[in-house]
Design a protein around this ligand. Structure first.
Ligand SMILES: Cc1cc2nc3c(=O)[nH]c(=O)nc-3n(C[C@H](O)[C@H](O)[C@H](O)COP(=O)(O)OP(=O)(O)OC[C@H]3O[C@@H](n4cnc5c(N)ncnc54)[C@H](O)[C@@H]3O)c2cc1C
Length: 310
C-alpha cells in the first residue's frame, strides 16, 4: 500500500483549497468526496460576498471554478465516504468504501450539515413539503405559499430566493430580531407585501395529508403562547448546522456543539490531523473563510511533513 503525504477529506471550498496548496507544494494527495465537489456552495443560489465577484456569483459557477482549478494537478481522488481514521502522526489509515489508505497527515474538510427542527413528522415529510435546500427544492413550490424557519444569514438569503418563486413567504424566527446581515434584512423589508415576518415564534406542529404532503404548520408565539395556523405547502428549515465528524476518533477534541477545536494553524488536538472550514469551531462559517482555512491547514501540514522527513 503506497503512502500519501496527505488525505484530504471533503471537497468543498476548504478541501479544494487545501488540495491545491498541498499538490503545488509537491505533496502526494488523496482527496475524498462522496457527493459532488463544491460542498454547500452548490446549495447556494448566489454568493454576494465572495471577493472578486462584485456582481455576485452563482454557487454552482463558483464550484465549477474551484473544481477547474484542480484540473491537470497530480492528485488521487476517491468518490467514497470516509468511514474511519485511525493511527498516529506519520502513519494514519483512512478507511473509505472497501479500501484502506495510508497517509502521513489528514486534513478534515467535511463541513457541516443542517440541523432539524425535531418536530413530529419532520422526517416523514422530507421531500413531501419539508426541505433544507431552497435552491434544490424551491421550484416545486412555484406560486404556492411557503415558510422559512431561522434567523441567520441562510434563512434570510433563502427567504429572498423563495420570494422570487413562491406566492408568499412566512419567515418564522423564535426571537424578535435576526442574526443575519443587515443587507439581507433591508432587502426583506422591501418585500414586506410578499414576505411576512412571524417573530417570537416556533413551529409546534406540522399538518399534512397522505396525498398532498405538507398542508400547513402551527406556530406558537413563545412570549404569549398564542398559536396560529399557516397554510403552507413548503417548509424550509435553516436552524443551524452540525459538523460531520462521526468518522474521527474521540481523541480529536470537539467543542460542546461537536465542532473540531483547532489552533490558528488548523492543528487539532491530535498531531498530524488538521481541520479546515465549517467543520471547525469558529465564528464565521463562509466560503471565503473555509478557503482561507484550507490554505492554512495545507501549509501547516506541509511544514509538519518537512519536519517528519528531516
Ligand atoms: C443555503 C446556504 C447559503 C450559503 N450562502 C453563503 C454565501 O452567500 N456566502 C458564503 O460565503 N457562504 C455561504 N454559505 C456557507 C458556505 O457554503 C460554507 O461556509 C462553505 O461551503 C464551507 O465549506 P467547507 O469546505 O468547510 O465545507 P462544505 O462546503 O460543507 O463541504 C464539505 C464536503 O465534504 C464532503 N464530505 C462530508 N463528509 C464526508 C466523508 N465522510 N467522506 C467524504 N466526503 C465527505 C461533503 O459531501 C461536502 O462536499 C451558505 C451555505 C448554505 C447552506
Amino acid at each position: 500500500m503506497s503512502t500519501f503525504d496527505a488525505a484530504i477529506i471533503g471537497s468543498g471550498p476548504a478541501g479544494i483549497t487545501a488540495a491545491l496548496y498541498l499538490v503545488r507544494s509537491g505533496c502526494s494527495v488523496i482527496l475524498f468526496e462522496n457527493l459532488a465537489a463544491g460542498g454547500q456552495i452548490l446549495q447556494t443560489e448566489v454568493l454576494e460576498n465572495y471577493p472578486g465577484f462584485p456582481k455576485g456569483i452563482k454557487g454552482y459557477e463558483l464550484a465549477d471554478f474551484f473544481v477547474a482549478h484542480l484540473e491537470g494537478l497530480k492528485l488521487t481522488r476517491s468518490r467514497d465516504a470516509v468511514e474511519s481514521v485511525r493511527g498516529q502522526i506519520g502513519a494514519f489509515t483512512v478507511k473509505a468504501g472497501d479500501a484502506e489508505y495510508s497517509c502521513r497527515t489528514v486534513v478534515v474538510c467535511t463541513g457541516a450539515k443542517h440541523r432539524t427542527l425535531g418536530v413530529e413528522g419532520e422526517d416523514r415529510l422530507q421531500g413531501r413539503g419539508v426541505s433544507y435546500c431552497a435552491l434544490c427544492d424551491g421550484n416545486f413550490y412555484r406560486d404556492q405559499p411557503v415558510a422559512v424557519v431561522g434567523g441567520g444569514n441562510s434563512a434570510l438569503e433563502e427567504s429572498l430566493y423563495l420570494a422570487k418563486i413562491a406566492r408568499k413567504v412566512y419567515l418564522i424566527h423564535r426571537r424578535d430580531s435576526f442574526r443575519g446581515a443587515q443587507v439581507y434584512q433591508e432587502k426583506l423589508a422591501a418585500l414586506s407585501g410578499k414576505v411576512e415576518l412571524v417573530l417570537d415564534s416556533v413551529v409546534d406542529q406540522l399538518q399534512a395529508d397522505l396525498i398532498a404532503g405538507l398542508t400547513g404548520v402551527v406556530v406558537r408565539n413563545v412570549k404569549t403562547g398564542e398559536k396560529r395556523e399557516l397554510k403552507v405547502n413548503g417548509l424550509f428549515v435553516y436552524v443551524g448546522m452540525e459538523p460531520r465528524v462521526d468518522f474521527l476518533p474521540p481523541e480529536v477534541e470537539r467543542d460542546p456543539r461537536g465542532f473540531l477545536i483547532t489552533d490558528t494553524e488548523m492543528r487539532t488536538s491530535v498531531p498530524g490531523i488538521f481541520a479546515a472550514g465549517d467543520v471547525r469551531s469558529k465564528l464565521c462559517r463562509q466560503a471565503v473563510t473555509a478557503a482561507g482555512d484550507g490554505a492554512t491547514a495545507a501549509q501547516a501540514a506541509f511544514v509538519l511533513m518537512e519536519q517528519l522527513h528531516a
